[in-house]
Structure formats: C-alpha cells, structure tokens
Design a protein around this ligand. Structure first.
Ligand code: HEM
Length: 194
C-alpha cells in the first residue's frame, strides 16, 4: 500500500484500476458498444477536468491569496517560486481540458450549435458554456500572462509587476464569481434546475 501512495502516478493508476473493477462488478463492459456509454464516459472526463480547474481556482481564492499577508516576507518565495507556478500549470491545462471535453460532450449530446446560439431547450447549458468559455479565456489570456510577470517568470519593472499582480488577482476573483452561476447551469441542464 505504502509503495502506491508514495507516488502520485501510482495513486492515479490505482484510482483507474478501481474504476475498471467497478465496471466489472456493475456489468458495464457489455454496454461499451453503446453511444450512451461513451456519452457518459465523456461526461466523467469533463467532470474530472472541471473539478481540477475550479478546485484550483477556489484554492487560489479561498486559501492562497488570503494567506499571503500572514506569511513572513522571507517565506513568501516558497509560495511564489514553488507552489504557485506548479498550481498554475495544472490550473491552465485543466481549464483547457474542461473546455475540450465540454465541447465534445455538447457535440455528442447533439446540441452544440443550439447551446452556443442560446436556442430554447439548450439555452441554460448554453449560458453555462459561454460563462465557462469566458472564464477559460481569462485564464489563458489575462491571468496566466499577468501571473508570469507577478511571479517573476517574466522579468519586468516593479510598477508593472504590481499592476500585473493586481490584474491577475481581480480577474481570478471575477472568475470565482462566474463559477457560481456557471456550475448552476452545468448541473441544472439535466437535473431539473431550469
Ligand atoms: C467551456 C467549458 C465548458 C463546456 C463547453 C461545458 C459543457 C457541458 C455540457 C455540454 C454538459 C452537459 C449538460 C447536460 O446536458 O447534462 C456539462 C455538464 C457538466 N459540466 Fe460542464 N462545461 C464547461 C465547463 C465546466 C466546468 C468549468 C465545470 C466545473 C466543474 C463543469 C462541470 C460540469 C458538471 C458538474 C456537469 C454536470 C454533469 C451531469 O450532471 O451530468 N463544466 N458541461
């Protein structure tokens, strides 16, 4: 057991093996030729990616940012040079994975165009998709470029660094606000929320 949990890679593989055992117990292998099964599978991938993205967004907003003023200056580099760059790596790539799996899911359900053009019946999920697309745009084109300056990955003058940190922080807060209605739309479409 210890050998599994000493490695993140082995821990993830163990999680996948548990799913495969579960599929055997539930008799799911017989359904793998169905479109319905792969629709579900894409939904599962989408939720995995989305949880990682929004989990990290909420980590930044609920934990890291409020804790920074309480950390002594000489210890701050542990966050800015080690933890934040690693968290931002998983943050931006899980945002992209969520967009890709979400768009594929909508295409597989058969309402991608209807949702994006906010047609009746798909308007709720369409609004959720647009909110999430705006959030993903913010991650890649506002938060990440500004964080690179704020964390010293890209060297800039002190004033520009401070302005970049402010812009990244405010945009991250904006995304936290959007995450609340966005998640309502995601879950509401198939579960009676509209
Ligand atoms: C551009 C990005 C996104 C797109 C295109 C997208 C698309 C979709 C679609 C088409 C569905 C299926 C709705 C249905 O008919 O039941 C869905 C469900 C869902 N999405 Fe997203 N989504 C995006 C972002 C996110 C994010 C950031 C999260 C965060 C966790 C998320 C979590 C979920 C959840 C929990 C469901 C509900 C699954 C269910 O109840 O069956 N999505 N999404």
């Amino acid at each position: 057991m210890g050998a599994i949990f000493q490695s993140l890679g082995r821990t993830i593989i163990a999680g996948i093996i548990l799913v495969l055992i579960l599929l055997g117990i539930a008799g799911t292998y017989g359904r793998m030729g169905d479109h319905g099964y792969w629709l579900f599978f894409m939904r599962w991938l989408h939720i995995l990616a989305g949880v990682m993205w929004i989990g990290l967004l909420w980590y930044f907003n609920f934990v890291q940012t409020p804790s920074m003023p309480k950390i002594p200056d000489e210890q701050k580099p542990a966050v800015s040079k080690v933890i934040a760059p690693e968290a931002l790596f998983w943050f931006r790539w899980s945002a992209l994975a969520t967009v890709v799996t979400g768009l594929l899911l909508a295409a597989m359900v058969g309402y991608l165009g209807a949702a994006l053009s906010l047609q009746p019946g798909a308007r709720g999920i369409g609004i959720g998709m647009w909110l999430a697309l705006i959030m993903a745009f913010n991650v890649w084109f506002i938060i990440w470029p500004n964080q690179k300056k704020a964390l010293g990955i890209v060297q800039v003058e002190a004033a520009e660094k401070a302005a970049a940190a402010k812009m990244a922080g405010m945009t991250s807060r904006f995304n936290t606000m959007l995450s609340i209605p966005m998640l309502y739309c995601m879950a509401a479409q198939s579960h009676g929320g509209f």
